[in-house]
Design a protein around this ligand. Structure first.
Ligand code: PXL
Length: 275
């Protein structure tokens, strides 16, 4: 049976991150993707500054209602929220449908300028969404905010942050240290209250990484929907995203996107009749 996977996230008009990354990734995993759009993100071509247009809450609620019309989904990913009210709607439908397998990508900033978006959302996310999550997938900046630490630069600090986020009530956490983490290798850390698992990879020297975080969380969601443990889902997602980054493409002179189809060489599909 094809698994049904929902993303509740922002729409990235550029096609690399957010809802677009999620649906493309769900498809690559052979799962059926559904989407509830919380907001629309655009980027000004001359300044490169992002703008977030929140979806009216009643329209978001109708989308989530549509997605849950057949009951609980096989897994759900939460990304960019857009507004505080979104959290209450999510809570309502998760509770009514006894939704399990919840992945929280605690998006607080977009790569373009790294300003923390909507700080009022952070506390609500910590108190109300983190405890629902089977896995939370912060990057280094988000981990620092969730764990209320001033720096994460060493492996001990990475572990301390993971433990603090776990103690907020998530069943597991993976911190995407990635290429930003000091040192010669890209380091991520998985923790589920049992043992710390460091995941090392080579640092990839490329700027085609827009959408990497969203795609990673989406890949974990699809993996969990298909029955992988959170840790196994993280390891496969890592391979999937590494390939997507290595084979990325540029939308314009500024923005390099991950290529979601890279792992499966999707560019070779449906080539009948192509010149
Ligand atoms: O990667 C953070 C992110 C999340 N959600 C949406 C985005 C981005 C980054 O651009 O566009 C919709």
């Amino acid at each position: 049976m094809v698994k049904k996977v929902l993303t509740i996230a922002g729409s990235d008009a550029g096609g690399g991150a957010g809802i677009q990354a999620d649906l493309k990734t769900f498809e690559e995993y052979g799962t059926f993707g559904l989407s509830s759009i919380t907001s629309i993100l655009t980027v000004d071509p001359s300044t490169q500054l992002p703008t977030i247009f929140p979806m009216p809450i009643d329209i978001l609620e109708k989308q989530i209602q549509t997605a849950f019309s057949g009951g609980a989904l096989d897994a759900v990913k939460i990304g960019l929220l857009g507004s505080l009210e979104v959290i209450s709607v999510i809570e309502k439908f998760f509770k009514e449908n006894k939704q399990k397998k919840i992945v929280l990508d605690p998006v607080m900033a977009v790569k373009v300028n790294d300003d923390v978006l909507q700080p009022e959302l952070v506390n609500a996310m910590i108190q109300r969404l983190v405890p629902l999550a089977d896995i939370v997938t912060p990057n280094l900046v988000e981990a620092r905010i969730l764990a209320q630490m001033s720096v994460i630069e060493t492996q001990d600090q990475l572990k301390e942050a993971a433990q603090k986020i776990y103690q907020l009530g998530a069943k597991s956490v993976v911190i995407k240290g990635g290429a930003r983490f000091p040192g010669s290798v890209a380091t991520d850390l998985f923790y589920d209250g049992q043992e710390f698992k460091l995941i090392h990879n080579k640092k990839i020297d490329t700027s085609t990484n827009h959408g990497a975080g969203c795609s990673f969380a989406a890949a974990i969601t699809a993996g969990i929907a298909k029955g992988l443990s959170p840790y196994d889902a993280v390891c496969l997602a890592k391979e999937y995203v590494t390939s997507a980054i290595e084979n990325g493409l540029f939308l314009n002179n500024f923005t390099g996107y991950v290529w979601h189809g890279a792992y499966n060489q999707a560019e070779k599909r449906m080539t009948k009749g192509e010149d």
